[in-house]
Every structure is written in C-alpha cells, then in structure tokens.
Design a protein around this ligand. Structure first.
Ligand SMILES: [Zn+2]
Length: 387
C-alpha cells in the first residue's frame, strides 16, 4: 500500500512538472505566436476610415475577408497612438501592407510611430524621396588631401529639418524590416477571399509644380490612388489627388472607375472631385476624411454640391468620427454594404466649411501654426442628412 502511494505521488510530481513546463512554453512562445496570427477570416470585408482629427489627416484600415490587413496612411505626427489603438481594437497584430499615398505630414507624419509599433510585411509609397540630404562638408582648399567623412549626425537632433518627418518614416521602415516597393499603376494585390486592391495612380511622368493649376499641389497630385474590389462591392481611395490626377484617370477610357463608395480626394478640397470625375465614378456613398479645425475650407461647399447633384450620400469624419464600411461582397441594393459611424451626427452634412486661407496659399505642407480653435459650424438647414 505504502509503496504504491509513494509511486503515485512521484508520478503526480512528474506530471505537474511536465504540465508546468508545457504551460510556461505555451505562455512564452505559443501565446505570442497565436497573437501574431492575422484576424480569422470572416467572409466580411471591413474598411475603417479612422478619425485622426481635428487636425486634418488620413488613415484608413482595410481588413479583407481572408483577414489580410492594409493601412492606407497613418495620420499626422502624434496620431500614431490613435492608429495603433484602432489596429488593436480590430485585432490586427501585423499589417500585411502599409501604403503611404504621398509624403505630406498629414498622411505620413505618424508613419514612424506606426512602423515602430507594429510588424509590417510590405510598405508601398509613390517613390518620391524627400530624405534630408547629408550635410555637405567643406574640403580644405589647396591641400589636395582627402578629408575623412564626418561622423553621422545624431538622428534625433532638436533642430529638425523641414523633411524630418520623412527621414523618420524611412528610418522606421528600415528598423521594421518591411519589404519596400514603389507603387506601379495597374499592379494588383490579392488580399484573399476574392478581395483585390489595384493601384490606379500615380502614373509617370509625375506632375511638376509648373503643371499645376492655381491651388494645385504637385505632391498631392502624385498621390497613390487605389481601387478595392470584392464581389459586387468596389471602393476608390483617392489620397489627396487633385483634379489633374482625375483628368489623367478619365483620359483612360478603358479604366474601370465606377465604384459604389469613394474616399473623396484631398479632404473634400474644391481642387478635387470634379464634376466629370463624379459622373464617371457614380458613387453611392462618399466618405470625406477631414478635420473640424482645418482652415482650408474642407470640405468645400462646391464638392458637397457636386456629390448631392450626383445623388451620392455623404459621410464625414469631422462630424461623425470613424466611418466603417462592411460588406460580404454580395447582396441586393441597399444590402451590399453597411456604413456605421462612431458618433451620431448633429450637424448638417451638406454644409461645407468656410476657408480661412486658400489651398494655393500653402506650399504643400501643413504647418502647425495653421490650426487653432475650430471655425464656427454652420447652422443646420432644413435638408439635413443625418446618418
Ligand atoms: Zn492631406
């Protein structure tokens, strides 16, 4: 009796030891592995137009029906936490793609914060390199001797260059180890489950400053424009594309631009979303990513009027917060996709903002001094669209 009890105790001790070691192993290696898995395929595709306001910016998260994730832009500097929190909320532990539409701070200012905060497999941008050039060193005249290269300056020096945000983005990209590629119009990315992301712009040669009309900005005009298809659902992502970009797209008569939903170009600026473009796209729903504190009159009344004339419905992040579109890729009209907002709208979605300065007055970069208290909202008119 005694012997068998002792034997039994021994076996339990060994079992506890094995279970303990197994548990520790799972906690140490299994859990992080499980956590790094993409979200489970749901058959549903999600597009989240994040609220990175009140200072203007863009950041859009796509989760494909197969669980692949794409982040288009990362918002302005300091907005990394908002974006990373959203990724956490939607259980995205690893991004399959990060796409930087164009090198302006309101789109990639927080790209370094995002790249430092989450593993990214692929980074795509338009190839415009705004890296601060290395300082030129004066060679001592007359000596003819080669001067040793200067020591590399510290990365985070206090006097930031105008393009420091771009340097930080590229540094973070290197650290992250993501695969880099330049956007090529016509290239398709298979997001799984039948969802395809296609690059529509920028086409070469890139727009130059001289080619821009009054109010135009060549960096915006060279934005990456994307098209997302999933079954009967389609959506365009215009970045900060300008009417010149739209004209170029319109000139390709065989290009499929018709889409159910459109993320409006350049935060609803009057220099984008031209009448002809809206006619070709025929959107049912237009999402405007804008900030309530912008001084450029975004969204412009003229853009809202053009959308209204085309019978499109409008959603705005400045009034409704994050805008989420979900779709299973099929369904009768009215059921193909669903749009939800984080906040209930209390104002007139069809009322544009007054511009305190014209888009053309900016050199292309949004300066922090441009922002302050939000301009007073317009009173609600009788034809208010609330949704
Ligand atoms: Zn922008």
């Amino acid at each position: 009796m005694k012997r068998s009890t002792r034997g039994c105790g021994c076996a339990i001790a060994v079992l506890v030891l094995i279970l303990g070691a197994g548990g520790f192993g799972f906690w140490k290696y299994g859990l992080p592995w499980l956590r790094s898995r993409p979200p489970k395929p749901t058959g549903e595709m999600q597009v989240h137009v994040l609220d990175v306001g009140p200072i203007e910016g863009d950041s859009i998260l796509i989760i494909s029906p197969a669980g692949k994730s794409v982040l288009i832009d990362a918002g302005d500097a300091g907005k990394g936490k908002v974006v990373l929190d959203a990724l956490k909320r939607y259980k995205v532990e690893r991004l399959d793609y990060f796409i930087a539409t164009h090198p302006h701070t309101d789109h990639i200012g927080a790209a370094d914060e995002v790249l430092n905060g989450i593993k990214v497999a692929n980074v795509i941008d338009n190839g415009v390199d705004l890296s601060t050039p290395a300082p030129v060193t004066a060679t001592k005249p007359g000596k003819g001797k080669k001067v040793a290269p200067p020591p590399t300056p510290p990365k985070k020096n206090k006097t930031k260059t105008a393009n420091a945000f771009f340097d930080e983005y590229r540094d973070a990209l290197k650290l992250n180890g993501a695969q880099y590629e330049k956007a090529e119009p016509g290239k398709k990315y298979d997001l799984g489950g039948g969802a395809i992301l296609t690059v529509l712009a920028p086409a070469e040669p890139f727009f130059t400053k001289d080619q821009m009309k009054a109010g135009g900005n060549e960096t915006n005009a060279n934005s990456i424009v994307l098209r997302l298809d999933y079954g009967d659902f389609s959506m365009l992502f215009m970045g900060d594309a300008e009417s010149q970009t739209e004209e170029r797209l319109l000139s390709k008569s065989d290009l499929d631009l018709k889409a159910k939903v459109i993320k409006i170009g350049h935060h609803g600026s009057k220099y984008a979303t031209s009448e002809n473009f809206v006619k070709r796209v025929q959107p049912e729903a237009a999402i405007i990513s804008d900030g309530g504190w912008n001084r450029y009159g975004h969204p412009a009344q003229s853009v809202l009027d053009r959308l209204k004339a085309a019978s499109a419905k409008v959603w705005r992040t400045d009034l409704q917060g994050e805008v989420t579109i979900t779709t299973k890729g099929r369904g009768d009209s009215g059921k193909l996709y669903e749009i939800k907002t984080a906040k209930e709208n209390k104002e007139d979605l069809w009322a544009g903002r007054e511009g305190m300065k014209d888009d053309s007055s900016r050199s292309g970069f949004i300066a922090y001094g441009d922002f302050g208290a939000p301009p007073k909202p317009k009173p609600i008119t009788t034809k208010t669209q609330r949704h």
